[in-house]
Design a protein around this ligand. Structure first.
Ligand SMILES: Cc1ncc(COP(=O)(O)O)c(C=O)c1O
Length: 388
């Protein structure tokens, strides 16, 4: 194990460390508020329900959602995306998605293709992962009911023009589901202003909350078939799932301590502001890219230097397998990055890295310039050793 200071550059997978206020909020909830929310009227149960509602309120402020009850909590983005896709798509529907989707979109779609007979079109981005809206427009048919867009590619860091995509979806009467795994808390999101019908988000990445948290915003005009049926603490005499939100989509006991932590995480983001977080992360990526691009044989994927991106910098280095590079970074330099295929095979095809995979370094709101420089120095040294 290396003696060097630990540098965490895997924020696209999960943010770490969490702000102290998040840790304290989880602990406070565990000690004081962890009765069962919505299942009883004693004082602690009421406080637990309040924790959940306050978390919905903070999220509503961040995403400009009118009614906090239009948010259903889920264990992660994947669960939220499954809730949306399987709850909305019907046999015979045509769904459009993109070539930079995560497997959490692609696999549910491919499952529905095989089991209930839907048609799916993955519209290609350019090789940097940037989507042209007219390409999506050209793919819409009379049977298209849903458009699913990854707001920011988890391999390339590219950002989709959501407002224009939302406008297009509205004008064609197609519902828009956004995968905000890499953008919640990092890029501005305004569900009304951007024409977003469903927004799947993680609590454990840019919102700085604990793992096991996340959710789905569902526009009041969208009714999903619930994917979970069971106890909600409401309308207990009825055999069917209640129609009232959020109960319709939240069967079973919720993660009260985790959601208390998420509330504190969202408050932290609101205080810092999304704009400042994005600006800081963007300048760190530019600094990292400048250093990496100066190294012979190193290629950075995604948007070019100076262009918009989130805090993701994926690279390939001639002659070095990405898994080996990541192993050396971890074991010799104490730098945590992710290597491999990043659950997004079509994006690798588009970026020309399907044979190799890539090393992904991703920054967060606590990453420092010195940490970004340390990665560049380490890659330079490793590359030197392999360049013969
Ligand atoms: C774009 C994208 N979608 C979905 C997911 C799945 O997120 P989760 O781990 O919260 O289920 C990820 C995870 O990295 C992602 O990057």
């Amino acid at each position: 194990m290396s003696e060097k200071p630990y540098i965490y550059l895997d924020h696209a997978a999960t943010s770490w460390p969490k702000p102290q206020v998040v840790i304290e909020a989880v602990q406070h909830a565990m000690i004081h508020d962890s009765a069962n929310p919505g299942r009883g009227s004693h004082q602690m149960a009421v406080r637990a329900s309040r924790v959940l509602f306050d978390t919905r309120k903070q999220l509503s402020k961040l995403f400009r959602i009118k009614n906090p009850n239009d948010i259903a909590f889920a264990a992660n983005t994947t669960a939220a995306l499954n809730m949306a896709i399987k709850g909305y798509v019907k046999p015979g529907d045509h769904v459009i998605s993109t070539s930079v989707e995560h497997n959490s979109v692609r696999r549910p779609l491919e499952f529905l293709k095989q089991t209930i007979g839907i048609e799916v079109t993955y519209v290609d981005t350019d090789e940097n992962g940037v989507m042209a809206v007219d390409q999506i427009a050209a793919a819409i048919t009379a049977r298209t009911t849903l458009l699913i867009v990854n707001h920011s590619s988890n391999l390339l860091g590219s950002i989709m023009p959501l407002a224009s995509i939302g406008e297009l979806a509205r004008s064609k009467g197609v519902k828009l589901l956004v995968d905000a795994a890499q953008s919640a808390g990092i890029l501005e999101l305004d569900v009304e202003g951007m024409g977003i019908d469903m927004l799947a988000f993680p609590g454990h990445k840019g919102l700085l909350g604990p793992q096991g948290t996340g959710g789905l915003y569902i526009h009041p005009n969208v009714d999903l078939v619930p994917q979970l049926h069971g106890g909600t603490g409401s309308q207990s005499e009825a055999p069917e799932q209640p129609s009232v939100r959020p109960d319709r989509y939240e069967a079973g006991t919720q993660n009260t301590p985790g959601l208390a932590g998420l509330k504190a995480g969202v408050q932290f983001v609101l205080n810092e502001t999304v704009k400042n977080i994005h600006t800081k992360e963007w300048s760190l990526t530019q600094r990292m890219m400048e250093g990496l691009l100066a190294i012979d044989g190193v290629k950075v994927l995604g948007p070019k230097l100076g262009e918009e991106r989130t805090g993701i910098v994926s690279l390939v280095a001639e002659g070095i397998d990405p898994s080996e590079m990541s192993y050396i970074l971890d074991q010799h330099y104490n730098i945590a990055v992710r290597a491999g295929y990043h659950c997004t095979p079509l994006a690798h095809v588009r970026a020309g890295t399907m044979q190799t995979g890539a090393v992904r370094a991703s920054v967060g709101c606590f990453t420092t310039e010195a940490e970004a420089d340390a990665l560049v120095d380490a890659v330079r040294e490793i590359r030197k050793q392999y360049a013969f």
